[in-house]
Design a binder for this molecule. Structure first.
Ligand SMILES: Nc1ncnc2c1ncn2[C@@H]1O[C@H](COP(=O)(O)OP(=O)(O)O)[C@@H](O)[C@H]1O
Ligand SMILES: [Mg+2]
Length: 324
């Protein structure tokens, strides 16, 4: 049952009048209409004009099909395909990574060692030459970091998994990043209840996901507030929830930073997509994190709207049906 809004009624009337005026049928592929429970449904309508022979009055016949379900199914299919594409993209860099990363590692170590040898032999008075060779070392370290990140993808690098407590994973991650966060005058809030179930996971990897999310939150905050601000906060929250009869844990990483502009939302999970300058970002953080989370049968999503905090949701099933 429909209770169209005034605006919808006006649209219908405008179509009706048009059909009667032009005397031609009209096909409306899709139009919204509000039902009695205030849900929006979609109709596909054909309107055909005719005249009453007795009175000569113009009338019209409208036939509508409710296409809401069809639209929903199409949307679901579209999302599934997008998901699959993303998955395949991750798989392909996984394969690429394991091949290339191993190949790059050896020559890289060579470059680094030679640069160090040069550095050591240069007369300390030769400032500029020293600077150049330490430049080589720094840049090479950057490449090594990228290679290490890429290796997380390769099948060989996957450690075994075990039951773990989210609070421990968070504490381990924070032990690595707490000092930096403090230096940047960011306030950190951790809100984890202690009666949460353990999850089956590769804790090293989940730690890496958290690390990436926290680093991104920190970058976003530093961009918005170069100095101290009461709003310069990161909140980590863990809550249990149920979905389709299964138990999950949702870990939220929230920041009040610069936010994610609508036009880049589709891209942030792409490998090598970054808005940061080359010293800060590689663009691998989120794509690697997504790969890890998908391996865990979990989901990594986010919410970001102008003026509101950015939230990344790391959802993990408590039992991801991996055999222990
Ligand atoms: N919390 C956040 N706030 C604002 N933008 C973010 C946040 N997290 C991620 N982004 C955006 O997503 C991009 C990709 O993130 P990521 O894959 O971690 O790569 P990187 O951090 O190296 O740029 C970032 O460059 C940034 O534009
Ligand atoms: Mg990052």
């Amino acid at each position: 049952e429909f209770v169209a809004t005034n605006e919808e009624m006006e649209d219908f009337r405008a179509d009706d009048l048009e059909v009667i005026r032009d005397g031609k049928p009209k096909f409306i592929p899709e139009e919204p209409i509000t039902d009695s429970e205030s849900n929006i449904r979609y109709l596909q309508t054909t309107k055909v004009p005719f005249g009453f022979s007795a009175s000569g009055k113009a009338a019209l016949l409208g036939i509508s099909i409710d296409i809401t379900e069809r639209k929903r199914a199409e949307e679901e299919k579209r999302q599934m395909e997008a998901h699959l594409r993303q998955h395949q993209k991750l798989e392909s860099i996984g394969t690429l990574a394991s091949g290339v990363a191993h190949e790059i590692n050896n020559p890289l170590t060579g470059i680094m060692n030679y640069a160090q040898l040069i550095y050591d032999r240069i007369d300390p008075a030769e400032d500029q030459l020293r600077e150049f060779s330490s430049g080589i070392i720094e840049e090479t370290e950057r490449v090594a970091e990228i290679v290490r990140n890429l290796l997380t993808f390769s099948r060989q690098d996957k450690k075994t998994y075990s039951p773990a407590r989210m609070i421990d994973i968070i504490e381990n991650t924070l032990s690595l990043i707490r000092m930096v966060i403090k230096q940047d005058q960011i306030t950190l809030e951790v809100d984890v209840s202690d009666d949460l179930p353990e999850i089956k996971c590769r804790s090293q990897q989940i730690q890496q996901v958290l690390m990436n999310l926290l680093t991104n939150a920190r970058d976003a905050l530093n961009e918005r507030y170069p100095e101290y601000d009461p709003d310069k906060t990161i909140t980590i929250r863990v809550r249990p929830f149920e979905k389709e009869g299964r138990h999950w844990l949702r870990t939220t990483v929230e920041d009040h930073g610069s936010g994610i502009p609508a036009e880049i939302r589709e891209q942030i999970f792409n490998p090598f997509y970054t808005t940061k300058d080359r010293t800060k970002g590689t663009g691998l953080g989120l794509s690697i994190s997504l790969g890890i989370v998908q391996d865990h049968h979990g989901e990594l999503t986010f919410e970001s709207e102008e003026g509101l905090p950015t939230r990344f949701y790391l959802d993990l099933p408590v039992d991801n049906s991996w055999e222990l």
